[in-house]
Design a binder for this molecule. Structure first.
Ligand SMILES: [Fe+2]
Length: 386
């Protein structure tokens, strides 16, 4: 066993109705003016009003920043930082999926560290603690409310920047499944498989560790048992609660043990073709499993087992192969399309493959994949997933 470290939020609120507990946490923080960072869709959902009432009851006033279109870019962050200062805020509340939460983390970085958000691309570039952040998830998948990572588009270079620092782990994470009941099936599938990728990538990562192994396996089991249910019937609160718990467990897992090749390859697809994060992972997941399982068959065999496959009497390699099949079936059942359905212009897709492979390797995540990868191999895998 090796020495490891685990970073998680100071407080993790989990389960149906836990949103109402944030008032107590605000009292503990002693903060008075929030910048509530959210998206346009959420703003219309009534959740902003609900959170606003809780903030006011806790003696706080707040300004709303919702100028985020799609996945967040450097300009959104700078506009948000401006709003934070103009409103005289002393803490951040993020409400939404990965985009608002990632934006809030990035606003916090610029607020206390100065400069531009592009200055902080990479690992451990953030030097000063960021303002307190209460991160409220409205999707079950990105895990951003838990993690030390934010992904921001560098719009000048069409690159999704990964910024990682223990200083940006949210102070309070809120994972209330009641907020996910209105997610449409396509978002349920995409975010649920994003959580699956977090768990399975962390579980087989070169940076695996015993604590996250336990959490990741539990997440994989929960997603296997509940994603189809939540996708078929969005109002199934038990399935939603289990998916939210899986998202939390997957988030802790990858934040501490890293994602690998799927996320490395998916970010360039998102940056260049503006495809939502969960989907750009899901389209790569079956091809990745097929390519990677022979590198850690003993772990993939465990994945097969928690996914409900009968592995009795099989060799380790045969059992591992069952995980590959089970993963492909899960993606098929929730109607994840091949890349060609999302990017029909094949010539346009292939034109960018070299840059995509280069950017994937440069992000660092593929370096944690248990099976070696080169830029040539990544291009081959993109073509296979197309
Ligand atoms: Fe992700």
């Amino acid at each position: 066993m090796k020495a490891t470290e685990l970073r998680i939020p100071q407080v993790l609120l989990q389960g149906p109705g836990c949103l109402s507990l944030i008032g107590k946490e605000i009292g503990r923080l002693g903060t008075k003016k929030a910048l509530l960072v959210t998206g346009k869709v959420i703003e219309k959902s009534g959740y902003v009003e609900r959170v606003g009432k809780i903030l006011e009851a806790a003696g706080c006033s707040f300004g709303v920043f919702s100028d985020i279109v799609g996945e967040p870019g450097d300009k959104d962050v700078m506009a948000g930082a401006d709003a934070y200062r103009k409103n005289g805020c002393d803490f951040l509340v993020a409400l939404g999926g990965g985009s608002p939460i990632d934006t809030a983390k990035a606003i916090g970085i610029v607020e206390t560290n100065g400069g531009k958000i592009t200055d902080y691309m990479g690992v451990d570039k953030v030097r000063k603690p960021t303002p307190p952040l209460i991160a409220i998830a409205t999707t079950a998948g990105t895990g951003s409310e838990i993690t030390k990572v934010t992904i921001i588009n560098d719009t000048a270079n069409d690159v999704k920047m990964l910024i990682s620092s223990p200083l940006i782990v949210p102070t309070v994470a809120v994972a209330d499944p009641e907020l996910t009941l209105t997610m449409p099936p396509s978002v349920t599938a995409a975010t649920g498989l994003d959580a699956f990728c977090h768990a399975v990538e962390a579980f087989v990562s070169k940076r695996e560790q015993p604590i996250t192994d336990a959490l990741a396996l539990r997440a994989i089991r929960l997603i296997s048992q509940n994603l189809r249910r939540a996708w078929c019937n969005g109002e199934d609160l038990e399935a939603r609660a289990n998916m939210m718990l899986a998202s939390t467990l997957g988030g802790i897992s990858f934040s501490n043990s890293s994602v690998t090749l799927i996320h490395g390859m998916s970010r360039p697809i998102g940056a260049l073709f503006h495809i939502a994060h969960g989907i750009s992972n899901a389209v790569l997941l079956p091809v990745w499993a097929e390519y990677t399982y022979i590198a850690k068959p003993e772990k993939f065999a465990e994945v097969a087992e928690v996914m409900g496959e009968n592995v009795a009497g099989l060799s380790t390699l045969e059992a591992a192969r069952k995980a590959v099949d089970a993963i492909a079936a899960l993606c098929r059942d929730v109607e994840i399309p091949p890349i060609r359905k999302l990017i029909p212009d094949q010539a346009e897709f292939e034109k960018h493959l070299e840059k995509m492979a280069r950017d994937a390797v440069a992000s660092g995540s593929p370096g944690n994949n248990p099976r070696f990868v080169t830029e040539e191999k990544i291009i081959e895998l993109y073509k296979k997933a197309y």
